[in-house]
Design a protein around this ligand. Sequence first.
Ligand code: MTE
Length: 317
Amino acid sequence: MLIRTPRGWELPERLATPEDIFLNRRALLAGAGSIAAVGAMPELAFAADDPTADLYPAKRNPAFKLARQITPEKINSHYNNFYEFGSHKKISEKAQALEVRPWEVKIDGEVEKPFTIGIDDLIRKMALEERLYRHRCVEAWSMTIPWSGFPMQDLVALAKPLSSAKYVRMETFHNPKVATGQKAAWYPWPYVEGLTIAEATNELAFLVTGAYGKPMAKQFGAPLRLAVPWKYGFKHIKSIVRFSFTSERPKSFWEAVQAREYGFWANVNPAVDHPRWSQATERDLATGVRIPTKLYNGYGAQVAHMYKGMEGEKLFM
Ligand code: MTE
């Protein structure tokens, strides 16, 4: 992303947040109150009119937990990358212009039978669950979020890809009238991302429909976004309208903008710097403190096997 290098790289490690702090929801609320700046932020409107609101809060899956403090919702929801609404972090108000119903999702390409499905039908076909995930942006900040959604492997099963399909290409909506950032002709709209089928069916790949126990706020990428927590945040495509199964590796949005800085794989690695800044540490948005970054963002046990024998590839940018 075209950003300034943040200051404060050199914070001593003794100031890092201990990794053994795990807060439950009640403690989270108490913690949120203690962060002075958060109090000044406007409350989010609760999406009670969302046709799937009755499905939340989804049952938490205890297999996906954190050893970090959950970032207060007010912080997450006012610090977003969503270039469709501007190339800065304060897009939350502008993003409210996005109409998330009706919303259709197209499944096409190398599948048994292409189809289009309404978002509410899709969500109700899936068993929603809540997972606590880390989120590490390539810009060297991070948060932790209680996402709700369903495993991406369930969508792949529904799509019935042919054996020739090796990748899933995902696409965001394109509507420059509403998303005025899409009028910027120097970006290759719509936003596109891609995964291999192995990645898309990895147990961690998650399609997100909700956050913080309710339908997801628009700035998070409602009504459907991706969470692949071992990869940098730009892989987490928002407001998806299309999944295309293909035998050719898709070129993602940021790769098309600047391939030297943003690659297809984009796995988190503290030892591989971005050409313009270090990736050794990250600023935890909940505490403002810089903490060491982990290989695969701490998810190596679940994902490292997928990259065995691929050492020739640029796996970490
Ligand atoms: N998806 C779309 N469609 N447009 C974007 O600009 N930004 C990406 C990703 N998905 C982006 C997107 C980047 S760079 C990051 S870090 C995350 O969304 C940010 O997600 P968040 O706002 O929920 O933290």
